[in-house]
Ligand binder design. Structure first.
Ligand code: SAH
Length: 213
């Protein structure tokens, strides 16, 4: 698990690419500048780790494109101490970004293989989520609700009601909604039954699937 000057240099280039694509939040950029993304992906893709691209991980899933990770992280407007729920732990890369932003992170993954792998891997790198959960993200995590924000990192065919219900007033849900192509959508909870909705254009994710596997 080596992190060399070469990797650090490539990471800085990636940060510049993300700046040029419009990411401005300094804390998000700093997190991406720090996290050794090459350790989150298969070694055969080592040379590609710092390109702004999604890559295959285990169980037919992907590690999200860095731009997408940065874009979603920016929308969440995380403050240190925020309680954040992530749906789709996957490689744990987005989880690591949330940890570095100072969030108390709860993250749910439905693929047992990934859940196990990432549960072992993240603490080795020093990223300590509050809790990683093997379960179905469609249900959220009622026992820990409400959350300051919820991030969904898989394409949702519809917006799961429990997720809206588990937001604090003022809290944000960032979720890509759609089947083949998704529209990045943000809901801000304005009151018990009031939500403000914002849309941010097209992204592509692996699908949010029901139940665990
Ligand atoms: N945040 C991850 C992205 C992984 S891709 C990363 O940075 O690597 C999306 C992940 O969502 C996959 O691991 C997939 O297994 C998981 N997923 C899909 N449907 C889910 C559900 N209903 N509940 C929890 N996780 C789910």
């Amino acid at each position: 698990m080596k992190d060399t000057f070469k990797h650090q240099g490539l990471r800085q280039q990636l940060v510049n690419v993300l700046k040029n694509k419009g990411i401005t939040n300094e804390k998000v950029l700093q997190a991406i500048g720090k996290i050794p993304r090459h350790l989150f992906i298969d070694s055969s893709f080592l040379d590609h780790a710092y390109q702004d691209k999604a890559f295959p991980i285990a169980a037919d899933q992907t590690i999200s494109q860095p731009y997408t990770v940065a874009f979603q992280s920016e929308l969440l407007q995380i403050e240190p101490g925020h309680k954040v729920l992530e749906i789709g732990t996957g490689s744990g890369y987005q989880t690591a970004v949330l940890c570095l932003l100072g969030a108390r992170v709860f993250s749910i993954e439905r693929q047992q293989e990934l859940f196990k792998k990432t549960s072992r891997f993240l603490p080795k790198l020093g990223y300590r989520a509050k809790k990683l959960i093997f379960g179905d993200g469609y249900k959220g995590l009622p026992e820990e609700a409400p959350f300051d924000s919820i991030i969904v990192t898989a394409g949702a065919p519809f917006v799961p009601k429990p997720l809206l219900g588990q937001l604090k007033i003022g809290g944000r849900l960032v979720i890509p909604v759609g089947d083949d192509v998704q529209i990045m959508t943000m809901f801000i909870r304005k009151g018990p039954k009031e939500f403000e909705q914002h849309e941010f254009g097209e992204f592509r994710f692996v699908p949010l699937l029901e139940d665990k596997n």
